[in-house]
Design a protein around this ligand. Structure first.
Ligand code: DLL
Length: 434
């Protein structure tokens, strides 16, 4: 069953704004009534829920940032009693506490429907065999798209991530027509197909739904050529819901944000002030229907632009440009969110290292490579090789276990890393994501 809701997806902007206002007011009420964090914020600002009487009043509301969620670990920001929560997920990238997100039964239905809408927009139907090669677990990617595909009535093949040889075999034998994974994993699968001598034209592959990390048009062209598919991009974040927040249609001229459920703004990341229409800035999202974890003005740190002109596909929902950069220093390595502070934290706990390090990210073939160059202590560098080797292995093991992605460590001589004045440059990203 195609999940297309023209009553929302092609709504007149005026009507949409009215719907958004009603839903915003309900959300603000719910937040103030049920979430201590918001109640306190409103009290501090001398703000009452009744003060929100138009969409322009949105800017009176406080921002919510990832650290607020970390501090509320695990359940403090939930707006319903825990017995109403039927699913828990969590975001990757864990300094100290990860952020935990919870869904009510109604939230899960909305989430499935929005993923189904996004998949319908790129032509997925009940005729499709859809292979989900995202990791099943706390990460929202696999479950979100899985539920959406089932709602459409497609045949879901939950391969999860990894075992690339088997992914290729399944594509070939199970007649996969739609592939869901990160764009970098799609390239890894394409490579494996070539190695295994599988001609993509001989498979049923038709479309790819890729997301969860930044990628470039050049990479899209490569995937399309090597897999002989149409490659589409979709965007989301666990705090807001997971995948299904926004996705391309077959016109591929931006991601339609599900504005009947999320209210977008673009702000200047430095001042927090709204940006004029069409300018690049940080995407801020307010949830309009969520029950478990409603969020007001959540700062995504993702940089993009919004375009309000209707799309050739008929949808009137705003189009956001693909996300290429963030306003903070979070890196996405093979789909896993990594913060430089996590690396620093590990290094500081290991004797013999200096807090001088450089993170080098590169892409070899389809795979992101993470290298951390660490300055060792003067005394140590003079010492024997065996000791150096042990230290390197220890750092490597600790970083890999903390970050959840494999890391290559290179020990460098004391004072060999560039010292900068002002803002220190800790990251060199050699991947071409523009
Ligand atoms: O990555 C949700 C998701 C799963 C989206 C599957 C699409 C497909 P998180 O792990 O919380 O959630 O990471 C969210 O990933 O703030 C962006 O910086 C980045 N991101 C997600 N999708 C895209 C994309 C999921 N299509 C963070 N392009 C977000 C660029 C993306 N960056």
């Amino acid at each position: 069953m195609a999940i297309f809701k023209p009553e929302y997806e092609t709504m007149k902007r005026e009507d949409l704004r009215q719907l958004q206002l009603e839903r915003l007011q309900a959300t603000v009420n719910r937040c103030c009534r049920n979430v201590k964090f918001y109640k306190k914020k409103f009290d501090d600002l001398g703000l009452l829920p009744e003060d929100i009487s138009s969409l322009d009043d949105l800017r009176k509301l406080p921002f919510t940032v990832k650290d607020d969620l970390r501090e509320a670990y695990p359940y403090e920001m939930f707006a319903v009693p825990l017995r109403e929560i039927v699913r828990i997920h969590s975001s990757s990238g864990t300094t100290g506490h990860p952020t935990v997100v919870g869904y009510t039964a109604r939230d899960l239905r909305t989430w499935s429907e929005l993923c189904a809408r996004m998949m319908t927009a790129v032509g997925v139907s009940r005729e499709d065999f859809i292979q989900i090669a995202f990791g099943y677990g706390l990460f929202t990617g696999a479950f979100g798209l899985h539920q959406g595909a089932e709602l459409i009535g497609a045949s879901v093949i939950p391969t999860s991530v990894g075992n690339t040889r088997r992914q290729v075999l399944i594509i070939k034998d199970y007649k996969t027509s739609a592939l869901v994974c990160t764009p970098s994993y799609a390239l890894t699968i394409a490579e494996a197909m070539e190695e295994q001598g599988v001609d993509p034209k001989s498979t049923n592959l038709k479309v790819g739904l890729f997301g969860s990390e930044p990628w470039s048009e050049a990479m899209r062209a490569q995937i399309e050529e090597r897999m002989f598919i149409k490659a589409t991009d979709n965007y989301g974040l666990s705090e807001i819901m997971g995948p299904g927040v926004a996705g391309e249609c077959l016109e591929r001229c931006g991601h339609h944000i599900a504005e009947d459920h999320f209210l977008p703004e673009i702000i200047d990341p430095d001042t927090g002030e709204p940006m004029p229409e069409g300018r690049e800035g940080e995407l801020v999202l307010t949830t309009l229907t969520k029950e478990g974890l409603p969020l007001l003005r959540y700062r995504t740190r993702d940089l993009t632009r919004l375009h309000y002109e209707p799309c050739a596909c008929g949808r009137t929902l705003v189009r956001m440009e693909r996300v290429r950069r963030r306003s903070d220093d979070m890196l996405i390595i093979r789909g896993v969110n990594v913060y430089p502070q996590q690396i620093e934290h590990v290094l500081l706990g290991i004797e013999g290292t200096q807090p001088h390090y450089l993170i080098v990210v590169d892409r070899q073939g389809a795979m992101d490579q993470l290298e951390v160059q660490v300055e060792v202590h003067e005394n140590l560098f003079m010492d024997e090789m065996r000791q150096m080797h042990e230290l390197k292995n220890r750092i490597q093991a600790e970083l890999t276990s903390t970050l959840g992605v494999s890391v290559k460590v290179k020990l460098v001589e004391p004072k060999s890393l560039e010292r900068s004045e002002g803002k220190v440059k800790r990251v060199v990203d050699k991947r071409k994501l523009d």
